[in-house]
Design a protein around this ligand. Structure first.
Ligand code: ZN
Length: 507
């Protein structure tokens, strides 16, 4: 198209303004998590609330709605696939932002904040009865939220919540993939626990100062291709990645001096998110438009898991990284070799806490949560029955007993403030990563040799071309089919885990 019509350019300008305000708001949050003095907390709360209000006003103004309608009925615009996708996504965002009545948004925030407070106490005392009435309130509110969005076509009420994080996904489809993963993965974990020998974790327990770990983290992400002129790495209690805008992607991590791999893998994970953010086409005037935004949390997570698990836990990577790490750590790993570290970082062992779970068992923790929240929203499961159902499934999938609710259904913060429909994206990320990985290995020859030399450019180029540059033009499911020729399935992840873990555990 030679000249774009005024209704489209005005719409894009309004999007950019809202996104620019949003970037300032994210910068304020980043600062709050990293360098803000404690005494600034009240002032920052006021600043953040005001920015959030401004962003919301811009994003939901009736003018935006009018312009979207005009663009939707403009045949010439609709004839351009990329522009049509851009408009489709602007409609989606507008509907999501305007469908919830302000009273419900307020009630969710207020009840969520109280419920979160009670959850903290209930977890500390391992007392589900204390939390139960609050979880009941939050489930009721989540259901009301889903009803405002409306049950998506061909789906169920829960899918309206899932849709916020994984656009247009249907839980019945997700469940189909999860079911085939669950059975074989559960069997693999059982086999490794009963017949295998877990590798020694001694190489991970050498003491390494935070400064040395930070220097290593910077070196690794630079090698992966993270542009440090257009990003940073800082320290926070809860690691995250924030793609603020063109030329500004911020990663955070945290250091444990008695367990150096926590920060290293955490940093590789956030770097994977950061590489995606840096690869989105935010320049060329596209900033703020869906075409320059991620296509959903599942694909975002596939990028973090790919660098963390498929690259960072591979033998070829460690053949390059071991001397780099040991050099940076002043010889702290002299008593060990490549094979020791490679095996130690690939230990699979059932454990109770999701955030401490390994690459394989992690998926079972997620599926359990997905099943329970889906049943809570449909009404098939009562809140009072959550602990019993949690414990029963946990033992069935992971083969260990849950000793108390603090280490069972009370361990995660998410449900306390009504965050439902989110967990599934973590396991979807692993599944997408594995399926992309098999295609990458077919497309790039000599990948392992490149890793052995510390070269990751061909992999990053592939991701830039096939995933990052697409922005939100395609849904995750469509992107997966387009890139790999197949819908999402569990086999690639199972092949990856079985092929790697069996020999490491000697079965
Ligand atoms: Zn992540």
């Amino acid at each position: 198209m030679t000249t774009l019509p005024a209704h489209y350019t005005e719409l894009c300008r309004l999007r950019r303004e809202a996104a620019t305000l949003g970037a300032v708001s994210s910068l304020a949050s980043w600062d709050q998590e990293t360098y803000m003095p404690n005494a600034a907390a009240d002032g920052r709360a006021e600043q953040s609330a005001m920015l959030a209000e401004l962003v919301h006003e811009r994003a939901t103004s009736p003018r935006v709605g009018e312009l979207i309608s005009l663009c939707e009925s403009d045949a010439e615009l609709q004839g351009d696939a990329r522009i049509a996708a851009n408009i489709r996504e602007m409609r989606r965002d507008y509907d999501l932002a305007t469908k919830l009545p302000p009273e419900l948004v307020k009630e969710l925030a207020e009840t969520g904040s109280k419920a979160q407070h009670v959850w903290k106490e209930a977890r500390a005392k391992s007392d589900f009865a204390l939390f139960r009435p609050w979880l009941e309130k939050m489930v009721t509110l989540a259901r009301r939220k889903a009803e405002c969005y409306g049950t998506p076509e061909g789906g169920e009420l829960y899918d309206a919540l899932l849709n916020e994080y994984e656009p247009d996904a249907r839980s019945a489809e997700v469940e189909k993939v999860f079911a085939s993963l669950r059975e074989r993965l559960s069997a693999l974990i059982g086999e490794l626990s009963s017949k295998g020998t877990p590798p020694s974790e001694a190489p991970l327990q050498v003491h390494v100062s935070s400064d040395r770990q930070h220097a290593l983290g910077l070196k690794i992400i630079a090698a992966f291709g993270f542009d440090l002129d257009a990003g940073r790495l800082d320290v926070t209690t809860h690691p995250f990645c924030s793609g603020l805008g063109p030329g500004d992607t911020r990663l955070t991590t945290r250091y444990r001096e008695d367990h150096w791999t926590d920060a290293l893998f955490g940093t590789m994970h956030e770097c994977g998110h950061g590489l995606y953010e840096q690869g989105l086409p935010k320049k060329d005037g596209l900033f703020g438009q869906p075409l320059a935004q991620d296509t959903g949390l599942g694909i975002h997570e596939s990028q973090s898991r790919m660098w963390e698990n498929f690259v960072g836990r591979s033998r070829a990577f460690w053949e390059w990284a071991f001397p780099v790490v040991n050099g940076e750590f002043g010889g702290a790993l002299d008593a060990f070799g490549v094979e020791d570290v490679y095996r130690a970082v690939n230990t699979a062992r059932p454990s109770l806490i999701r955030v401490e779970a390994d690459e394989a068992t992690y998926n079972l923790h997620i599926m359990l949560r997905f099943e329970l929240e889906r049943a809570l929203i449909s009404g098939d499961l009562k809140v009072a029955d959550v602990p019993g159902e949690w414990n029963r499934r946990f033992t069935e999938y992971l083969g260990i007993e849950v000793p108390d609710d603090a280490r069972g259904c009370l361990q995660d913060v998410h449900w306390s403030f009504g965050l439902m429909g989110y967990f599934a994206t973590y396991a979807l990320g692993n599944l997408y990563a594995a399926q992309f990985w098999e295609k990458i290995r077919m497309d790039i020859s000599g990948l392992d040799d490149q890793f052995r030399r510390g070269e990751f450019g061909a992999l990053l180029d592939w991701l830039r071309t096939n995933i990052h540059s697409k922005g939100r033009q395609f849904r995750a499911a469509a992107l997966c089919e387009q890139v790999t020729g197949k819908p999402l399935e569990a086999d690639p992840l199972l092949r990856h885990l079985e092929g790697k873990l069996r020999p490491i555990h000697g079965v």
